[in-house]
Design a protein around this ligand. Structure first.
Ligand SMILES: NC(=O)c1ccc[n+]([C@@H]2O[C@H](COP(=O)([O-])OP(=O)(O)OC[C@H]3O[C@@H](n4cnc5c(N)ncnc54)[C@H](O)[C@@H]3O)[C@@H](O)[C@H]2O)c1
Length: 255
């Protein structure tokens, strides 16, 4: 399959690493033009090579999603390069541990600034461009922990739950303008974010095993497992799909 995203122009936040980088590579392979918006330059070597080799198809714009003017600048870069924006994928996110009784206010605000406000800024600045373009698709990466709770992840769960219903509000608000909005809820996906959680624990192998044990299917996902979901939701194959919360999680939230 190829060219499922021919004619689409996407802004992907958090595109330097993990799920966002895999999504950016798949979007380019399927014919989309892509702005990779991230606070750090691409860590993903394949994506870095693609940006160097195919600058007419994919560009990096340094962006901190907590800063509205920077998110707007990333969206403007897509319009100035390719004349429109049809697709947004909000992947930028930070983990964060701490229970509801031991989190500091500063840590709560730090997590919400990226995971919730950053998603709002991307929607705010891409949807008007989608309306001008005659329609489009917003895909926000929430988490399985945006559907179910987990001990020790109070602000993470709260921020991902906010993304879940914020996305539905976008779906309803702009349904008559040809804009669809959906959230994806990954299970355990082996990315630098998750590897870092393993590495910072006392026993990384035991921590990895404990995470995998949450997966009813017995193995962790790869970034591309989420990237293909993003391709589908951004494509015209999904023209009747809006307001959906899509777990891609090996059955984690079906328990
Ligand atoms: N990996 C998993 O198991 C998993 C599970 C559920 C949900 N998620 C979500 O998927 C998304 C991607 O996570 P990942 O696992 O690929 O992690 P990752 O750390 O590999 O990638 C996250 C990217 O977001 C970027 N980012 C963080 N803060 C930013 C900011 N303020 N501005 C711009 N960019 C910023 C980082 O630089 C990084 O490139 C996140 O929203 C995460 O919460 C991941």
């Amino acid at each position: 399959m190829a060219n499922r995203l021919e004619g689409k122009v996407a802004v992907i936040t958090g595109g330097a690493s993990g799920i966002g980088a895999a999504t950016a590579r798949l979007f380019v392979a399927e014919g989309a033009k892509v702005i990779v918006a991230d606070r750090q330059p691409p860590l993903d070597k394949e994506l870095a090579a693609l940006i160097a080799d195919a600058p007419d198809d994919v560009k990096f714009v340094q962006t901190d999603v907590t800063q509205e003017d920077q998110v707007k600048a990333a969206v403007d870069a897509a319009v100035s390069a390719w004349g429109k924006v049809t697709s947004a994928v909000a992947c930028a996110g930070v983990p964060g541990q701490g229970s509801d009784i031991d989190l500091s206010e500063a840590e709560w605000d730090r997590i919400f600034a990226v995971n919730a406000k950053g998603v709002f800024f991307l929607t705010k600045h891409t949807v008007p461009e989608m309306i001008k373009a005659g329609g489009g698709s917003v895909t926000n990466i929430s988490s399985a922990y945006g559907i179910v709770g987990a001990p020790g992840y109070a602000a993470y769960c709260g921020s991902k739950g906010a993304v879940r219903t914020f996305t539905k509000s976008t779906a309803i608000e702009h349904a008559m303008q040809g804009v669809r909005a959906n959230s994806i809820h990954p299970g355990v996906i082996e990315t630098p974010m998750v590897q870092d959680i393993f590495d910072r624990s006392e026993d990384p192998e035991a921590t990895r095993a404990a995470y995998t044990a949450q997966q009813p299917n017995g193995f962790n996902g790869a970034p591309e497992d989420i990237g293909w979901g993003c391709v589908y939701l951004a494509s015209d194959e999904a023209r009747f799909v809006s307001g959906v919360e899509l777990p891609i999680d090996g059955g984690l939230v079906a328990r």
